[in-house]
Each structure stands twice: as structure tokens, then as C-alpha cells.
Design a binder for this molecule. Structure first.
Ligand code: GLC
Length: 507
């Protein structure tokens, strides 16, 4: 059993008593988050360094990506933390940004831009609840979501991870997501810790450049990009991820005013700040200077993708931060504040008492009940732009429907990025699902013929054509686009169908 202090009454006492017994190395271990990929072949480092957290970054996979495989992997990791002196449990986290998207068999939802189109906070709360249920079934109680970016320039590659351009809508749906993810009680087995990201101004960079520079005055920054955090904190969010971007040329990861004075001081945020992926490495100076600048600015936990043998790794981080404290460059009170925040969040989740949720929870992963929520979300995310001559809704009993376009029979395009692999992939993906072509075949009456050609061949004579166009999957900076027009291939299919004179629906 983990160390539990019998006499203490509340979280603050429990954490204070625990901290009194911790060495400096154990405290700094709690501030260290290692990627699972860096631990391969050296997973004992969890014990050696008393690590506080492990994540699976976008492309960090495990051999068996079924729910059962994930549950076994996380259970093995947690068993390691029980071998540390103080038995403080690991906080395990992933990017479940449209369902538990690392798991083959999990239910996937529309990305946030689709959920934003629903404008339905109650639905978003249900989506988050299902996601938390599937996450915790696999032993992962921390989700790097919701992204409350306010996407102000569609050229930004992460626009689809935002609920939209409207601060009010982002605030409302961000709060709904936090409530769904953390549930009525954060200690419930099916509740997970939300991580509101990326603080602050990620969606407002000049030209929509990912990890770029948000050039704006403070009033605008507060009015457009801050509301999601203010309300998420009020809704009980206890972790926030810092953004890669700069504000007027200064990197957020070294921004003491925004991280400490505004977020922790003015807004009273009592949770902990986690960095983005190796983001402190982008600060000026040596690794030691980057560590000092980010921790002194108010960062509490550092996300480190690298293991021993590569530069700027979690072993170096622990060594250098220990030196910085001993040299007085990073005050002991800053370390104690960071560790307290992390331990209080772990305590608020009842992390020490969480056991494996077992077979019954695993069977709910990808269940029909969960998929029903996703179908509802897809339905409500549809946006009708135009309906000439009242072509829609289509009859289910026309003679022939012809499907065209690269996206008509392409699950990978329907799922987008952050699907099993970081960038996603076009074509078949392991998660399976129903393509638009298969869905139309299932929806039409027995007398209706459904034909398909990606390039539009064979459309002549059909009663109606459905053309499905769209982007190939991508994530983050790989999605930044200067030119937002449809691809030449997509335009060619639309032109071809248009020339045939067959009434056309473009999806
Ligand atoms: C990525 C993203 C962030 C994600 C983190 C961990 O670079 O910026 O959204 O949570 O790294 O995968």
C-alpha cells in the first residue's frame, strides 16, 4: 500500500506531511515526466528516479494497442512506482483528443472543430465522459485535453483541434469537456484529470504559424485567448499545458508574468503546469539555463521525450535541476510549490487508491452505447452550407447514387490526425469504422443502386452524385497551409461531375 498518513485530515495536511519526508531528488523526480519511448529498455528508471509521470506522445506506441494491451502496460508501470521508497503513484497521460485515439477499438469522435459546430455543451460533456471512461478502463487517468485554442487563422495546422474562432463558444465547450472528463467526483474510477491546453494564445499566431508568435496587446490576449482558462479553472481543472508559441516575441515556457503572476496569482490556479513536448529546449541558452528559466517562470512538470544517450534527457534534467537548487538559482520554495501542486492533484484524483478497473470496464471500450454518442456527435456536427433546388435531403429510393472523390471510401481521411499515429493516415486504419460509401449503401432502399469511382468515371445516368473531398490527415505544424483551396484532384472530380449535369452533393 502506498504511504498513507493516518492522522492527517485533509489533502493539504497529507501532502505537507508527505513532502516533509521527501528528499530533493524525490521532489525533482515528481516534476519529471518521461515519454514511454524514452523508457524502453530502461523502465527501471521509473524507480531509480522516482519519476512523477509517464506519457505516450503522439507517435509513442506499445506492441499491443488493444484496450487490453494498454491496460496491461499501464498496470506494469504502476507496479514499478509501488517499488519506490514513498510509493507515490505515477500519473500516466496521453492525448485522447477525439476519443481514446491510441487504442485500436476505442470509439473515435469528431475533432473539436466538429464538436464546435454542434454548439452543444451537453453533448460535448457526454463525449468527454465516454472518453474518460475508455481512458480509465486502460489505466490512464490523465488526458491532455481539452484544447481551448481560439483559432483565429484557418491557415493554422491545429485549427481542427480548436472548438472554433469564437472565445465564448470555446469557453463554453471547454468547460463542458472538463466537467465530462473529471465527472462529478475526480476520485471516481471512471473520472480522469483534464489538462487544458495550450496556455496561452496558441490559436492567435501571426499567419496561423504553428508554434509561432502571437502579436497582440494584453487586452486582446485576455479577451480572446484567456476565457477558456478562467472558466476551466473555476470548473475544477487542475492541470494546464503551456504553449509552444510566443507572446510578442517571448516564449510562453519562460514567461513568468503569464505563468505565475496571471495564471497562479491573479486567476488563483491551484493545479500544476506541465510543459509541452521538449518545449523548454526552445528557450534561449544552455539546457541548464532553459531549465532555470522555465521552472523559475512557474513551470511545475517538464515533459521530456529523451532518455539517456540522447541530449536533453530526463536524467540530465534531474541532475541539472538538483544543481540549480543547490546553487540557489532555483529557490527551494519554487520546487516545493511545484511538487505540492503535483501531489495535491494526485491526491485530488485519489490516485493512490485507484486500482485496475478490470474486465467490465474494458468491455465498454468501443461499446455500442459509446458509439451511439459518437454517431450523435457526427450527426450534430454536420453543417449545411447550401441546398440549391432543395436537392437535400436525398431520396432513399432513387434509381442510382454515384459516389466519387478520394474521401468517399477512406476511413483514414474521416478520422484525421491523432488517430493511432500522430499524423493519422489516409486509407484504411486499424480502428475500422464505416466509410461514407458503406454508409450510403446501408442507407438506401433495396431498389437503389450505389456505384463508386474516385475520379468520377461512370457518373453519367445516375440520379444523384455525392462527391467527398477533403484534406489528408495531419497534425500540428504539418498542417500549416498558406493556400486553403481544394486540391487540384478534388477540384477536377467536382468539375467532372458538374459537367455531367447529374445533380451533385459535395461533402
Ligand atoms: C505535442 C502537442 C501537445 C501534446 C504533446 C504530447 O507536441 O503540442 O498538444 O499534448 O505534444 O503529445
Amino acid at each position: 500500500m502506498p504511504v498513507r498518513l493516518l492522522f492527517s485530515q485533509d489533502a493539504n495536511d497529507r501532502v505537507s506531511a508527505l513532502m516533509v519526508s521527501m528528499t530533493l531528488e524525490e521532489k525533482i523526480g515528481q516534476m519529471t515526466q518521461a515519454d514511454y519511448g524514452a523508457l524502453k529498455g530502461r523502465v527501471e528508471d521509473v524507480v531509480t528516479y522516482s519519476l512523477g509521470s509517464v506519457l505516450w506522445g503522439g507517435d509513442t506506441e506499445i506492441p499491443d494497442i488493444t484496450a487490453r494491451g494498454w491496460a496491461a502496460t499501464t498496470a506494469d508501470l504502476q507496479a514499478l512506482s509501488a517499488r519506490t521508497r514513498l510509493k507515490i503513484p505515477l500519473l500516466l497521460g496521453v492525448d485522447a483528443v477525439h476519443g481514446h485515439n491510441n487504442v485500436n477499438g476505442a470509439v473515435l469522435f469528431p475533432h473539436n472543430i466538429g464538436l464546435g459546430a454542434t454548439r452543444n455543451a451537453a453533448l460535448v460533456e457526454r463525449v468527454a465522459r465516454v472518453t474518460a471512461d475508455e481512458l480509465t478502463a486502460t489505466g490512464i487517468p490523465w488526458d491532455f485535453a481539452p484544447c481551448v485554442a481560439v483559432a483565429r487563422d484557418e491557415r493554422w495546422g491545429r485549427t481542427y483541434e480548436s472548438f472554433g474562432e469564437n472565445p465564448e463558444l470555446v469557453r463554453e465547450l471547454g468547460v463542458a469537456y472538463v466537467k465530462g472528463m473529471q465527472g462529478p467526483r475526480l476520485t471516481d474510477a471512471a473520472s480522469a484529470l483534464a489538462c487544458v491546453k495550450h496556455y496561452v494564445g496558441d490559436g492567435g499566431t501571426t499567419g496561423g504559424k504553428d508554434q509561432g508568435n502571437t502579436e497582440t496587446d494584453e487586452e486582446t490576449l485576455r479577451r480572446i485567448h484567456l476565457p477558456g482558462y478562467v472558466d476551466a479553472i473555476a470548473a475544477g481543472a487542475r492541470s494546464i499545458m503551456v504553449s509552444f508559441n510566443q507572446w510578442n516575441g517571448k516564449k510562453l515556457h519562460g514567461h513568468r508574468y503569464l505563468l505565475t503572476d496571471v495564471l497562479k496569482g491573479e486567476l488563483g490556479f491551484k493545479g500544476f503546469l506541465v510543459s509541452d513536448w521538449a518545449a523548454i529546449d526552445q528557450l534561449p541558452g544552455s539546457y541548464k539555463e532553459q531549465i532555470a528559466a522555465s521552472i523559475n517562470a512557474g513551470l511545475d512538470m517538464v515533459m521530456i521525450p529523451n532518455g539517456p544517450g540522447t541530449d536533453k534527457n530526463y536524467q540530465q534534467f534531474i541532475t541539472l535541476l538538483t544543481e540549480l537548487v543547490k546553487e540557489g538559482v532555483v529557490p527551494q520554495v519554487r520546487i516545493d510549490d511545484a511538487v505540492r501542486r503535483i501531489l495535491e492533484a494526485k491526491d485530488a484524483m485519489g490516485l493512490s487508491d485507484r486500482m485496475s478497473r478490470g474486465q467490465q470496464a474494458l468491455e465498454m471500450v468501443g461499446s455500442p452505447e459509446h458509439r451511439a454518442v459518437a454517431r450523435d456527435a457526427v450527426r450534430q456536427s454536420l453543417v449545411l452550407l447550401k441546398n440549391s433546388q432543395d436537392l437535400l435531403p436525398l431520396s432513399q429510393n432513387s434509381g442510382r447514387v454515384h459516389l466519387s472523390g478520394r474521401g468517399a471510401d477512406n476511413i483514414g481521411m474521416q478520422c484525421g490526425g491523432w488517430t493511432i499515429i500522430w499524423q493519422g493516415k489516409t486509407g484504411d486504419v486499424v480502428v475500422g469504422g464505416t466509410t461514407i460509401r458503406r454508409a450510403v449503401e446501408q442507407a438506401v432502399g433495396s431498389g437503389t443502386k450505389v456505384t463508386f469511382s474516385e475520379d468520377g468515371e461512370g457518373v453519367a445516368g445516375a440520379d444523384v452524385a455525392i462527391v467527398v473531398v477533403g484534406e489528408d490527415p495531419y497534425a500540428e505544424m504539418f498542417g500549416d497551409r498558406a493556400d486553403l483551396r481544394l486540391s487540384a484532384g478534388d477540384s477536377a472530380v467536382i468539375e467532372k461531375i458538374h459537367a455531367s449535369g447529374v445533380p451533385m452533393v459535395v461533402v
